[in-house]
Design a protein around this ligand. Structure first.
Ligand code: B12
Length: 276
């Protein structure tokens, strides 16, 4: 019989072999007793029916995995390029999560993987923009980052340019320590660049402020009809993330200075099939 630490190491080996870049572990108690000293000041915590233990009652630990969205691709958004990458990442996440859950089940720890999104269609989202489990809150509780003004999770590695999914396992595994760092620079670039003004200004009472989800979903529907959804501008413009250094994208003016960065602007327009 493996000790909990040995089991966790085996799982981490498996996850690294699958090429997964980000992983965190959160015990289910973190949902019922959200950690104190959070860098975020939530207006409301998630309703109890959204807790993993109320979805799969045997759950002891949630494993969250994340795959990055390469910055040069999201820079072309809205585009068929980002649309295709989004679909690829979604498939990879679902497949890798299934493999991890299956591996744990075969080791004697029954486990299930969650779908990375879980909604039937965009019309349903416009009526009710929530699914049954929130991966960004899971990622937060698994120590992967903090929320930004754009109401998605910012990680030190990729800022908000990372997609997540989760695995519910009956194995009791040590939680990843929370970072307790506010990664948001409060630069408001997400708010200023949102094409439909869905991101409100910050309030002094709570953070993150509530995004207008219905309008965001309606805009997503419009883009989807042209096969260029999702929008993703609020994750493209975010200055947070070591990926900006990797791709030499540290200058925040790159998206506005079309003279200095004429090659980039020309390339993005080409991918978007716009006239130069
Ligand atoms: C529905 C959905 C959308 C909808 C609606 C947006 C929304 N609800 O936030 C649309 C299509 C518009 C959308 C857009 C985007 N999305 Co989206 N989306 C989701 C999805 C499928 C479910 C979100 C959800 O239900 N959360 C659950 C609730 C609890 O969280 P919440 O909405 O933040 O609610 C809080 C408060 O509002 C409060 N609350 C107040 N009243 C109520 C009432 C109820 C009933 C509930 C439950 C809560 C609640 O409780 C919460 C506590 O803080 C998730 C995948 C998933 N299953 O997690 C992806 C997800 C959140 N999206 C993601 C992304 C990246 C985006 C986009 C950038 C588009 C893109 N892919 O490029 C934009 C960003 C929009 C934005 N700035 O918020 C990523 C975020 C990754 C990250 N780094 O954090 C996720 C996690 C997908 C993934 N698998 O990675 N999305």
């Amino acid at each position: 019989m493996l000790t909990n630490d040995e089991l966790k190491n085996e799982i981490l080996n498996k996850i690294h072999k699958l090429g997964i870049k980000l992983v965190g572990f959160a015990s289910i108690e973190r949902w019922s007793h959200p950690p104190p000293n959070s860098p975020n000041n939530f207006k409301e915590w998630i309703p109890p029916e959204y807790y993993p233990q109320n979805i799969y009652p045997e759950t002891k630990t949630v494993i969250v995995i994340g795959l990055p969205v390469p910055l040069p691709v999201i820079e072309t958004t809205p585009s068929i390029y980002y649309h295709e990458l989004y679909n690829t990442l979604n498939q990879l996440l679902d497949q890798k999560a299934y493999e991890i859950a299956d591996y744990l089940t075969s080791k004697g720890y029954p486990s299930i993987s969650l779908p990375r999104d879980a909604y039937s269609n965009i019309e349903e989202l416009i009526k009710n923009p929530y699914t049954f489990f929130s991966h960004k809150h899971a990622a937060y509780l698994a120590g992967l980052g903090s929320f930004g003004q754009n109401n998605v999770l910012l990680t030190p590695e990729y800022g908000p340019r990372v997609r997540f999914t989760s695995i519910f396992t009956t194995a009791q595994l040590k939680s990843t320590p929370l970072k307790n760092i506010d990664y948001c620079t409060h630069c408001h670039q997400c708010m200023l660049n949102c094409p439909i003004h869905a991101i409100p200004p910050e309030t002094t009472d709570y953070f993150p402020p509530p995004v207008n989800k219905r309008n965001c979903a309606k805009y997503s529907k419009k883009l989807r009809n042209q096969n260029i959804a999702p929008c993703g501008i609020c994750i493209k413009t975010c200055p947070v993330g070591a990926d900006r250094k990797t791709y030499h994208r540290q200058d925040p003016n790159i998206y506005t200075d079309s003279e200095k960065y004429s090659k980039h602007h020309k390339a993005w327009k080409h991918v978007q099939r716009k006239e130069n």
